[in-house]
Design a protein around this ligand. Structure first.
Ligand code: HEC
Length: 160
């Protein structure tokens, strides 16, 4: 008992010491986790590629007439990516090899609005998946796909 209390005291003391250090290092860290612009561009392009793969997998499930409930996780993760997406376009990442148009930075509000519409559509898709509603899921997949296209039309250059 006595030793248990001592251990707790020591652990609490160490945590109390560590807390200011953790705060200091978080405050000192650079935006986007200290990634270089090239690393940030590579990370967002990879995430976009994965989201494209996820969309393809969901379309294949629809076309095969499969149960859509197993797609709940995938649809939810697209929603999470959609909410993270604007943070992946910090200042200074408007350089090659990006395909983002300058409007991402000059019309930030519009870009974020497109990302929000994308997130809302993905959340709705996840709800249809959760309910295993096949027709609803198929219809909402098309709506979600349209939010991809709407943003690309305004903010993404055609691939070089
Ligand atoms: C809010 C805007 C927005 C939405 C919504 C959006 N995209 Fe994009 N997408 C972009 C921009 C901007 C780029 C260019 C990124 C770059 O090259 O830095 C891009 C690039 C891509 C790429 C190319 C990645 C590469 O390898 O260069 C793919 C694939 C892609 N998007 C798929 C999708 C799919 C699929 C969806 C919907 C499920 C989607 N995007 C929704 C803005 C968006």
């Amino acid at each position: 008992m006595e030793i248990g209390v001592m251990t707790k005291l020591i652990v609490f003391s160490l945590l109390a010491l560590a807390a200011p250090l953790a705060t200091a290092s978080a405050a000192d860290s650079r935006p986007a986790g200290g990634l270089t612009p090239a690393e940030t561009i590579a990370a967002r392009q990879a995430a976009y590629g994965l989201s494209g793969g996820a969309m393809g997998a969901m379309k294949a499930a629809i076309d095969a007439g499969a149960e859509v409930k197993p797609m709940t996780f995938t649809a939810r993760m697209i929603g999470r990516w959609a909410r993270t997406l604007p943070t992946m376009f910090p200042a200074g990442t408007d350089i090659a090899p990006t395909h983002a148009k300058a409007e991402v930075w000059s019309d930030r509000a519009g870009f974020e609005q497109k990302a929000a519409a994308y997130a809302a559509a993905a959340d709705k898709l996840a709800a249809f998946a959760q309910a295993n509603d096949k027709p609803g899921f198929a219809q909402q997949w098309v709506s979600l796909r349209q939010t991809c296209q709407a943003c690309h039309d305004a903010y993404k250059k055609a691939d070089d």
